[in-house]
Design a protein around this ligand. Sequence first.
Ligand code: SAM
Length: 462
Amino acid sequence: MAAPVTKDQELELHVDSLAYGGNGVARTDGFVVFVRRGLPGDTVRARVTKVKRSHAEALALEVLQPGPERVDAPCAHYPACGGCRFQDLAYESQLAAKAGQVRDALQRIAGIPEPPLEPIVPAESIFHYRNKLEYSFTQTPAGPALGFHRAGRWDEVLEIERCWLTTDLGNAIRNAVRDWAREERLEAYDQGTGAGYLRHLVVREARNTGQVLVQLVTAPGERFESGYFVEVLRRFPEVRSIHWAINDTPAEVTNLPTRLLWGSDAIEEELCGLRFRVRPNAFLQTNTAMAERLYEIASDFAGLSGRETVYDLFSGIGTIGLVLASQAFAVWGVEVSEESVACAMENAELNGITNAAFFAGNVGQALEELRERAGAPDVVVVDPPRAGLAGKALRRLGRMAAPRIVYVSCNPTTLAGDVKQLSADWGYRLLRARPLDMFPHTPHVETVALLELDPAHEPASD
Ligand SMILES: C[S@@+](CC[C@H](N)C(=O)[O-])C[C@H]1O[C@@H](n2cnc3c(N)ncnc32)[C@H](O)[C@@H]1O
């Protein structure tokens, strides 16, 4: 059947729900149209931007009749800023939509008609919750400015005066760096032409200790007086660690080798009663308060008695493994970033934990060797990036035949695909799944899932 809509056509649409990723779902003659900036209950005038065989995409141009779940967004930069998608959707509705997306993925992709889903854990704070913000520099008539990409634009940065996802301190530090850049007559880097100098600013705020790490990213060359940059930042007593990184590629990245300009090379954060050293490139969950909830749930699902060998795969700076160590016989972590592994080892020492070891490696390749060294696991915790367990990692994990897997996921669709494969090929059953909202006003949802092995299952061959 040909699609009943054409590109650039304007339509009046009624939005029924939110799809995973944050677009509204509407139907015209039964044909699905995903509407950017359409919220449940809205009637909108929308322009079709893309037509495919199974669905179309559209952009809401005007809200003709607002849905009952719309609220006023407090941020002056909303909705132009690409940082938040749902500041104008009531928080209860955001939660319901996210829980629904996890349910839907487990039903549709994992093929579980009644998933064992537990109530979504709401965020402790719906604003000011991020402990890490990455800003881009942009050139304005007044000089360099700092902000985020405009919604849907990779090539345009919107200057930000006050971001609601960080704290007053985070906003003040960013604005002080902007004022410094203007005073020093430096120029923002231009992504299109490759001219200019200032590229990114990363501000990391350890929320439970108050310590702040700042990282400036520039194009090559030393075009600023680092002593004065440090002086400006030291006006904030919370700033403990100031780094500078050079990006000599066109790619917009901040994960780069850094040079310490001043202070300690790392800051410390406290999670679940333990101290963690965090270096500029090490992974740390970006919502501190909710990371603690996440680890409590993972710990509950792991159900440890003190006798277990636990693998912590994709271990980052060792947070989950170290939180579990006091309830386990031994913890073994694997993580690809050497900087994170160095932090994990330091963190074990910092907390006097002697039954946890961490190794640098790719989970897909390192598992066999880990088993030879550590023995078979009783519980495996996995916390992969959004892509989930890539094929090889999943097969190797299946082959380990651990009685329990605790799967911490930041993407319900890859979680559901992995659950399906772990059940079909490796004999696991999904026992529990608990979504958490770590990122209010964004489409992201975290889920902790518990899978248990059916001991009678005949394993598949690799
Ligand atoms: C979602 S983070 C989880 C980190 C940690 N569990 C935590 O809660 O802070 C995923 C981690 O996996 C690491 N990673 C990504 N791909 C990997 C791979 N193939 N093998 C090992 N680690 C990987 C990343 O560097 C990152 O630290």
